[in-house]
Write a protein of this length. Structure first.
Length: 175
């Protein structure tokens, strides 16, 4: 039960996070890094604004509520209250602000502040954990099927490569 709980929480946290943005500026990484460092403080401040409209606490509360609704997570309300009370939200806010500043440009963070601060953005964030809870099992199932298929292919290929070559039947008859 404990392993299932940890897996469920980790799975939701990982999958509920926005995908890391890849920049295609056409510039060398060193140039991108220098430009990113020049406005790092501004990105941190923008990230803090984003976290005011889309806080880590709210995201985790929504995720925990969805986990709590899972019939397999038949744990007392006191347990869930203890989980929520033991989370260091200040540390998570700091980590989230740094990750936002490292991952996104200032313009991107500001756009997220505007969008997620809007009624539509707030509604989307409230619905995202339920959406992810519905989609994640199907994604995991497809990944497991794909991995199993690849393992079978690799095993079959390895079996063919390591099997001794058979001689034709007509060649064996002459022995």
């Amino acid at each position: 039960m404990k392993k299932l709980l940890v897996l469920a929480i980790a799975s939701l946290i990982v999958t509920a996070q926005p995908a890391k943005a890849a920049e295609d500026t056409g510039q060398a990484p060193a140039v991108q890094t220098a430009q990113r460092d020049a406005d790092y403080d501004a990105r941190i401040e923008a990230a803090k604004s984003y976290l005011r409209v889309n806080s880590v606490r709210n995201m985790l509360d929504l995720m925990l509520e969805n986990i709590r609704k899972n019939p397999q997570m038949n744990l007392s309300p006191a347990f869930w209250d203890g989980v929520k009370d033991s989370i260091d939200y200040d540390a998570l806010d700091d980590i989230a602000a740094k990750a936002l500043a490292k991952t996104f440009t200032l313009d991107e963070i500001n756009a997220m502040v505007v969008f997620y601060g809007s009624p539509a953005g707030q509604s989307i964030m409230k619905k995202m954990p339920a959406y992810m809870a519905e989609v994640t099992p199907a994604v995991q199932e497809q990944m497991m099927k794909s991995v199993a298929k690849q393992i079978q292919k690799m095993q079959a290929k390895a079996g063919k490569e390591s099997a001794p070559a058979r001689q034709p039947a007509s060649h064996q008859e002459g022995k």
